[in-house]
Design a protein around this ligand. Structure first.
Ligand code: ADP
Ligand code: ZN
Length: 724
């Protein structure tokens, strides 16, 4: 009898494959293995046999497992998590597993490093330097050469000499941990009464070692981070691992430092900006349980934790948690699932919770903790609206005199100003004044954005860029191209004219020098080395700038123009976050919102500081329209290289949608972004009542839907965040 085993491969297959097991190899679910796949060999994971037994493959066709990796197996809760995410997002389980297996090198044990240990044989001659080394070596520990020399305060030549004498023997020592162990009571903060109360509740949740979700809803600067640090301490005391999800990890050096100040060591980082070598080490040490705390981007949910006891989702409302390609998942929601499967405590923190989480808090599904005041009596900023119809900027400019007056006053007080505009580059649109030609991306249905500093026109969707032309490509007229509308660079130019002596920094994600430079700039700003900061949402999030007392929002109407389901929510969140940058160190501060529609309820809610008014209205509106979380949505995106093909397929797909009471299918309609990277896009929106198993319904639909032919692609986005 040939022994067989089910193996899940990192490919878009909907179930595990069957392989034969070579003589002498014992495999259990969770084991990482190498298996042949076509002409290749791939890393995969031994899985439970699917329901109804493994696929029957004739023994002749059966291929054999090549080897098992020397790696701790993937925990059962992680296997169930992979299946759960696949099921929920309507993805192949193998494609979810792929997110676990991204780091091939981590599957092999880390190569040990060379170490030296006392052999018992004394050298022929003892010098004072040698004596110093010997004193340490005799303690019996293995040292790296440089480590020993450094500790003994001698040059490494001394150590080399002792090696030659046979006094030190070569041994292999394991690679050091990527981060030191956090120390639970390194420097604990003294919490105020509200914070202590919240921290106690969190500690109690952690102590139960059961699944629970807590929403910490606290104004900016109330100390949410300090509070969840206590939950981390509690979890570390239990010996379990901790994951902290952050939306903009690459920019959170301040967070890492803060963690280190509290626990004596930084957390391990996990995001796209760490080196391959470091990734391997981190993955491996998470799997071995050596790394206790990871702070990372959404992908860190798929790290092979052995015993994850606590997951923190900071700024839980952030859109950055939603992955919008391949497997469309929301890390916030999947963190809750992960916590459920692994009996972990989940903490969602935000100053502006998502409507979903807020409703869960109100309805008691989540423990709901509020922190209503800033720490240390710091006041929230006063918020004012600048009616741009009454106080318009000078011709061709974008800042109202009302705002520039406040900037001048703030500079006089030697305090900092933040001007926020969520538009990178110089101008969002360039056109020819003579023939009206507009510069558009060839691959996408978007305008090219002028980046004057780089002398380029760029597409923000596909990355296409071209040199800024001098003549219009349509009519050939020279020097008649005009920039329409502002981007941060253009506001920077306006500020330079108005306040030539101020130290001004323009910050956006495409600045030269990348993430490293950005970290430096943010630190410099925090230290007061800039007077005026002009930035996109990158600067709006989570940073602490003690001297900032004026925040001006250049275009508060920008997000509202989208008109989609989440436009109000997002605008509310973004503007609250941005204005929340002001006055964090106490004293009076001001937020000014420039708007052409100051009567808009979202702006009114922010201006009056009445956030409850916003939540009440928005929740009632969602309820009335049976929109999330009171109803369910799925976006279906149909794309093809050819517009007609995409449209025909979208219509054919729509026609096969099964009728079911409580499910409403809208579209297909051309997507607002009708072309991206050369692919034409159509959208169908499915709206379902809450009690309907939407995934099941979609599965049934796709089983009878026409096959995708000729480069047509259909993607499903459950709980869509974007409708573009
Ligand atoms: P949030 O995460 O709610 O925006 P933070 O945790 O970042 O708030 O706290 C805001 C500021 O107040 C930080 O600089 C933090 O160090 C300080 N702070 C908050 N709570 C305390 C405390 N109990 N002791 C000392 N400093 C605190
Ligand atoms: Zn493009």
């Amino acid at each position: 009898m040939t022994k067989t085993v089910s193996i899940l491969l990192p490919i878009p297959a909907d179930r595990p494959y069957t392989y034969s097991v070579p003589e002498g190899l014992d495999l259990l679910p969770g084991d990482f293995v190498t298996v042949p796949l076509g002409p290749r060999e791939v890393a995969a994971v031994v899985w439970e046999a699917p329901e109804g037994g493994a696929d029957k493959v004739s023994v002749k066709k059966l291929r054999e497992v090549v080897a098992r990796f020397d790696c701790p197996p993937l925990a059962e809760e992680m296997r169930r998590f992979v299946e759960w995410v696949a099921n929920y997002t309507l993805s192949a389980p193998g494609m979810v597993l792929r997110m676990v297996l991204r780091v091939k090198g981590g599957l092999d044990p880390l190569t040990p490093i060379e170490g030296w240990i006392y052999s018992g044989q004394e050298p022929e001659r003892i010098t004072p330097a040698r004596a110093q080394v010997l004193e340490l070596a005799r303690e019996g520990m293995a040292w790296s050469k440089s480590g020993l020399a450094h500790a003994a305060g001698v040059s490494s030549a001394v150590v080399t000499g002792l090696i030659k004498q046979g006094t030190l023997n070569r041994v292999e020592i394991p690679q050091p941990a990527v981060v030191a162990l956090p120390r639970v009571d390194y420097v604990a903060a003294e919490l105020n009464a509200d914070q202590s109360e919240a921290a106690d509740k969190l500690r109690q949740s952690v102590a139960k070692k059961e699944f629970s979700v807590t929403l910490i809803d606290g104004v900016t600067g109330s100390g949410k981070t300090e509070v969840y640090f206590e939950a981390i301490a509690a979890c570390l005391e239990q010996g379990r691992q901790v994951l902290i999800l952050l939306p903009e990890i690459a920019l959170t050096s301040a967070f890492l430092k803060r963690f280190e100040a509290r626990f004596g060591a930084p957390p391990a980082e996990w995001h796209s900006d760490i080196s391959p070598k470091m990734r391997e080490k981190t993955w491996r040490q998470v799997a071995e349980g050596q790394v206790r705390v990871v702070a990372g981007a959404r992908s860190s949910l798929f790290l092979p934790f052995q015993d994850l006891g606590l997951i923190i989702v900071d700024e839980e409302h952030e859109q950055a948690y939603k992955q919008q390609d391949r497997v469309f998942y929301n890390a916030r929601d999947m963190a809750v699932v992960r916590g459920h499967l692994g009996k972990a405590t989940v903490v969602l923190a935000s100053a502006t919770p998502s409507i979903e989480s807020r409703v869960n808090g109100d309805q008691g599904r989540y423990q709901y903790l509020r922190l209503e005041e800033r720490f240390g009596g710091a006041q929230l900023p006063d918020i004012g609206l600048v009616d741009m119809r009454k106080y318009p900027p000078p011709r061709g400019k974008f800042l109202s005199p009302v705002l520039t007056r406040e900037i001048a006053k703030t500079l006089e007080r030697k305090e900092q100003v933040l001007l926020f505009l969520n538009r990178r580059g110089y101008a969002p649109l360039t056109l020819c004044r003579v023939c009206g030609h507009r510069f558009q991306c060839n691959n996408c249905s978007t305008w090219l954005v002028e980046h004057r500093f780089r002398k380029q026109l760029q597409c923000h969707h596909c990355g296409h860029h071209e040199a800024s032309p001098e003549a219009c490509p349509e009519c050939g007229t020279l020097d008649h191209l005009v920039a329409c509308g502002p981007g941060v660079e253009r506001v920077g130019e306006e500020i330079l004219e108005l306040f030539p002596d101020a130290r001004t920094i323009v910050l956006s994600s495409d600045m030269a020098g990348g993430v490293k430079q950005m970290r430096l700039e943010l630190e410099a700003i925090a230290k007061g080395e800039a007077d005026i900061v002009i930035g996109t949402q990158l600067v709006a999030k989570g940073h602490n700038f003690p001297l900032m007392t004026l925040v001006g929002v250049v275009d508060a109407d920008l997000g509202l123009a989208h008109g989609d389901l989440r436009a109000s929510e997002r605008t509310f969140q973004l503007l609250s976050q941005v204005t929340g940058r002001a006055g964090r160190a106490g004293g009076k501060s001001l937020g000014l919102l420039q708007s052409y529609q100051p009567e808009h309820p979202v702006l009114q809610a922010i201006c009056s500081g009445d956030r409850e008014a916003f939540y009440e209205r928005e929740i009632a509106a969602r309820k009335g329209a049976a929109l999330p979380p009171f109803g369910r949505l799925a976006g279906i995106i149909i794309s093809a290289d050819n517009r007609q093909q995409a449209e025909i397929h979208a219509k054919a797909l729509r026609r096969t949608a099964p009728m079911l009471e409580g499910v409403n299918v809208l579209g297909p309609a051309e997507a607002p972004l009708s072309m991206i990277r050369g692919r034409y896009r159509f959208r169908i929106l499915v709206q379902a009542q809450r009690n309907i198993d939407l995934q099941n319904w979609v599965r049934g639909w796709f089983a009878v839907a026409p096959k995708e032919r000729g480069g047509v692609r259909v993607q499903v986005d459950i709980d869509p965040q974007s409708f573009m």
